[in-house]
Design a protein around this ligand. Structure first.
Ligand code: NAD
Length: 438
C-alpha cells in the first residue's frame, strides 16, 4: 500500500513510522519546514521512546520518507491520512477544524486516482462528511471515499500502543474503502488485534466517549482523594481495593494533581460543546472539566500550606513538569497551573525535568532549570514531585532532606510511603488523598 501521512506530530509521525514497519510505502508530510529538515537528517522532533530506532530502520529499508511537498506525496497514494492538530478553538471550547479542512482541500487538489482520505485526528461527529464535501467542492472529479480512523495511542508508549492496540476503530461507508483499510491494518488483524468496523459517526463518537470516560475515571479518583483527606482514609488503599474489582479495573485509578495533556482537556471540552450543540448536554463530562480544574488549583493550596501559609521568598524545587513521564509534551500539564502560581506567590522555583526543558522554557518564565534533583533540593524550602518520571521514583530521600534548608515534601503522585518520608528526616509532608504530617 502507498500511504501519505499529513502531519508529523505525535500521532502522524508514530503512525507513519509504524505503517512503514508493517511493510507499507509511507511518505510523511508536514508544513513545518523545520520538522521536515530534522526528519530528513534522521532526527526525531519529539521525544518518544523507541521511535528513532523504528524510524531509522524503515528509512534505511526505503519504505519511509519525509517531504514538505503534499501534492507529490498524495499523487498515486492508496490512502491519505490526516493527522493534523485539532486544538480547542479560542473562546468556545469547540475543536478547531481549520487545520483538518485546509489539509482536506490541499489533498483534494492533489488526487490523481481513487484514494481513501482517512481522518486520524480526533474530530467532532460529522467532520468526516464535511471533509468529503470540502474534497468534492475543491475537486469535483476526484474519485475518493472518506474513512474515520481515530487514534488511541498514548504518548510515552506510542510505538507499543500502535503495534499492539487494544482495538482499531474504522468508520467506512463503502466496500472499496473498507478493503483498503483492511489491507493497511492486515498485519494487526493477522495477529488477532480486534478491528471494529462501523459507520463514520460512530467511529468519531467512540474516540470522544473513550477519552471522556478515562478523564472521568481519573477525576473520580481525584475527587475520592479529596474526601479521603477529610475522613482520614488512604486513597492508595482505596484505589487498590476498588481496582481489584474486575468491573472497575485498576488502570486510571491513581490519584494525582489532575489530568492534563494534549487530549483529555481538549476532548472533554469538545464533547461538552457537541452535547450542547445537539441539545443533549453531557453533564458528567461538564462536571469532570470543572472538578479537574478544582483539583489542579487545590494543589496550589496544598503547597502554600506546606510552606507555612505563604511561598513568598521560599525556594521550591519542582521535580517534573511534563504532563506525564516519558514525553516532552507540556500541553495543559498541571505544572502550567501550579508553577506560575508559585512564581506569582513570590517563590524562587527550580525545575528539573528529563525532557521538558525545550518546551517548558518559554511556557514557564521566571524559573531556574536544573539538571539534577539533588542539586535542585539543595538549600530549598520545599520539594514538589509533580511528574512521576522513573528518575524521581528511587531518590535518596535522606540525602535530599539533609541538604534542604527546611525538609518539606509534596509528593503529588503518591510515590513514596509516608513512613519512608518521615524516616528520611522530612519535617513536613503532603500527598494526594492520604494523611500528611508536619
Ligand atoms: P501535533 O500538534 O503534535 O502535530 C500536528 C502536526 O500537523 C504539526 O506538526 C503541524 O505542523 C502539522 N500540520 C498542520 N496542518 C498541516 C497541513 N495542512 N499539512 C501538513 N502538516 C500540517 O498534534 P498531535 O498531538 O499529533 O495530534 C494530532 C491529532 O491526533 C489531534 O486531533 C489529536 O487530538 C489526536 N490524537 C493525539 C494523541 C496524542 O497523544 N498526542 C493521541 C490520540 C489522538
Amino acid at each position: 500500500m502507498k500511504i501519505a501521512m499529513v502531519g508529523t506530530g505525535y500521532v502522524g509521525l508514530v503512525s507513519g513510522v509504524c505503517f512503514s514497519d508493517f511493510g507499507h510505502e509511507v511518505v510523511c508530510i508536514d508544513k513545518d519546514p523545520r520538522k521536515i529538515e530534522m526528519l530528513m537528517r534522521g532526527e526525531v522532533p519529539i521525544y518518544e521512546p523507541g521511535l528513532e530506532t523504528v524510524m531509522a530502520r524503515n528509512v534505511a529499508a526505503g519504505r519511509l520518507s519525509f517531504t514538505g511537498d503534499l501534492a507529490g506525496a498524495v499523487a498515486g497514494a492508496d490512502a491519505v491520512f490526516i493527522a493534523v492538530g485539532t486544538p480547542t478553538r479560542r473562546g468556545d471550547g469547540h475543536a478547531d477544524l481549520s487545520y483538518v479542512m485546509a489539509a482536506a482541500e490541499e489533498i483534494a487538489k492533489a488526487l490523481t486516482g481513487y484514494c481513501v482520505i482517512v481522518t486520524k485526528s480526533t474530530v467532532p461527529v460529522g467532520t468526516n462528511r464535511q471533509v468529503a464535501e470540502v474534497v468534492s467542492k475543491a475537486n469535483p472529479a476526484a474519485e475518493f471515499d472518506v474513512a474515520s480512523n481515530p487514534e488511541f495511542l498514548r504518548e510515552g508508549a506510542a510505538i507499543d500502543d500502535f503495534m499492539r492496540p487494544d482495538r482499531v476503530v474504522v468508520g467506512v461507508e463503502s466496500d472499496r474503502a473498507r478493503a483498503v483499510m483492511s489491507d493497511i491494518y492486515r498485519p494487526l488483524f493477522l495477529r488477532e488485534f480486534p478491528i471494529v468496523y462501523t459507520d463514520l459517526e460512530s467511529a468519531e463518537m467512540i474516540k470522544y466517549a473513550a477519552n471522556a470516560f478515562l478523564a472521568t475515571k481519573i477525576t473520580f479518583i481525584n475527587e475520592m482523594a479529596m474526601l479521603c483527606e477529610r475522613v482520614g482514609a488512604d486513597i492508595k488503599a482505596v484505589s487498590k481495593g476498588m481496582g481489584l474489582d474486575g468491573r472497575i479495573g485498576n488502570k486510571f485509578l491513581h490519584a494525582g494533581p489532575g489530568y492534563g495533556g494534549s487530549c483529555f482537556p481538549k476532548d472533554t471540552n469538545a464533547l461538552a460543546r457537541i452535547g450542547q450543540d445537539h441539545a443533549s448536554p453531557c453533564a458528567i463530562t461538564e462536571t469532570v472539566i470543572e472538578v479537574n480544574d478544582r483539583v489542579k488549583r487545590r494543589m496550589i493550596d496544598k503547597l502554600v500550606d506546606l510552606c507555612g501559609g505563604s511561598v513568598n521568598g521560599k525556594t521550591v524545587a519542582v521535580l517534573g513538569v511534563t504532563f506525564k513521564p516519558n514525553t516532552d509534551d507540556m500541553r495543559e500539564a498541571p505544572a502550567l497551573t501550579i508553577v506560575p502560581a508559585l512564581v506569582g506567590g513570590g517563590a524562587k522555583v527550580r525545575v528539573v525535568d528529563p525532557q521538558g526543558r525545550r518546551e517548558g522554557e518559554h511556557l514557564l518564565p521566571g524559573v531556574d532549570w536544573v539538571e539534577d534533583p539533588y542539586a535542585a533540593a539543595r538549600e530549598a524550602d520545599a520539594l514538589v514531585i509533580l511528574t512521576e518520571w522513573n528518575e524521581f521514583r528511587a531518590l535518596d530521600l535522606g540525602q535530599m532532606a539533609r541538604s534542604m534548608a527546611t525538609p518539606r515534601l509534596a509528593d503529588l503522585r503518591n510515590i513514596y510511603p509516608p513512613e519512608d518520608v518521615r524516616a528520611a528526616g522530612f519535617e513536613a509532608y503532603v500527598a494526594v488523598g492520604r494523611r500528611g504530617f508536619g
